[in-house]
Design a protein around this ligand. Structure first.
Ligand code: ZN
Length: 327
């Protein structure tokens, strides 16, 4: 199975919609905007590429892009003149209004092939306030055959006005065994595939990222931060928190990992180690494993509550602080 096939599992509605768009005749053709939401490593870009391929592929006899026609080859080589990608520059805090204006201007030029024109804005939650407003005008009056795709890790950080004018789709995590099969099909050793799929939280892209040592080390650091905080004094907890904050992790990602760790700890208490994700890892923290089931349930609760706070735009640092100091 290819990475694309894995990522598009469970995205039936979205794919059906793009199928419909691709098959509309010229005078029926539509424009519009879509939001794809999912954490880092969930495959948003892969899915966006697949959907664009469906729209632009010249071979309409297939349900998936043919991969061989001029449009598909241009997409593959990232030189398709009707597709524009905008993302956050590494050294900047926001996507600026100027960048959005250039994008809108590019979209307003007529298509090179009379087909669709597509803009993808990656990390759309980083659009500046002015940039969002500039984009909004385009979303309010979409041109025919113009599609705007917004990719985001956090829907809560997009302006409501943009959300209300777009169709939103959330990527769903896969069952760990599907991620495992995917990794094995990509040539990973079975033992490695087992570890990675357990750590991936159901996201094939994250599993691949974790296979690169640095990403795995980061992931384990977050796991470790939680375990080390148990029975730690206030000062130690402060040090642990500061290290996490200095690494620029997204709080939402940290909470997803912690949720799994606290679930593991509960399973440990219930003696169901076969369901744990971090079995080998927990063994290294034997001295921290002196807690009650009630405590483990409280941790779960406070993490879920933390996620709610994030969704309500509470400061990321405060949310993490509140959890770490109350473990
Ligand atoms: Zn094609």
């Amino acid at each position: 199975m290819s990475a694309t096939e894995e990522v598009i599992i469970g995205q039936d509605n979205l794919i059906k919609y793009f199928n419909k768009l691709a098959f509309l005749s010229d005078h029926q053709s539509l424009g519009g905007s879509f939001i794809l939401q999912g954490p880092r490593g969930s495959g948003k870009k892969t899915l966006a590429n697949f959907l664009i391929g469906k729209l632009l592929c010249q071979d309409k006899s297939n349900l998936r892009p043919c991969g061989q026609c001029p449009a598909c080859l241009q997409l593959k080589n990232k030189v398709n003149g009707d597709v524009f990608w905008l993302s956050l520059d590494d050294d900047k805090k926001n996507i600026s209004i100027d960048e959005v204006r250039i994008l809108i201007r590019s979209l307003s030029l007529s298509s090179l092939t009379q087909g669709y024109k597509v803009a993808v804005i990656d990390r759309a939650e980083k659009l500046s306030h002015q940039a969002s407003n500039a984009l909004l005008k385009t979303l309010e009056e979409p041109n025919k055959k113009t599609i705007i795709v917004l990719l985001t890790t956090s829907l809560a950080d997009l302006p409501k006005t943009i959300i209300s004018r777009s169709q939103t789709f959330s990527l769903r995590p896969l069952a760990p065994n599907l991620v495992y099969d995917f990794l094995v099909s990509r040539g990973y050793k079975r033992s490695q595939a087992k570890n990675l799929s357990a750590l991936s939280l159901g996201w094939p892209g994250l599993a691949i990222k974790l296979s690169e040592d640095e990403a795995l080390a980061d992931h384990l650091l977050v796991v470790e931060a939680f375990l080390k905080s148990l029975n730690a004094d206030q000062l130690q907890r402060r040090v642990i928190l500061d290290e996490l904050l200095s690494r620029d992790f997204e709080a939402e990602e940290v909470l997803s990992i912690w949720q799994t760790v606290s679930r593991d700890l509960l399973l440990f208490k219930l003696a169901r180690s076969e369901w744990q994700r971090y079995v080998g890892f927990l063994n290294q923290f034997q001295d921290k494993l002196n807690f009650s089931i009630k405590q483990a349930l409280t941790w779960q609760k406070s993490i879920v509550q933390g996620k709610d706070y994030l969704a309500a735009n509470v400061n990321q640092k405060l949310v993490l602080e509140n959890i770490i100091f109350n473990l």
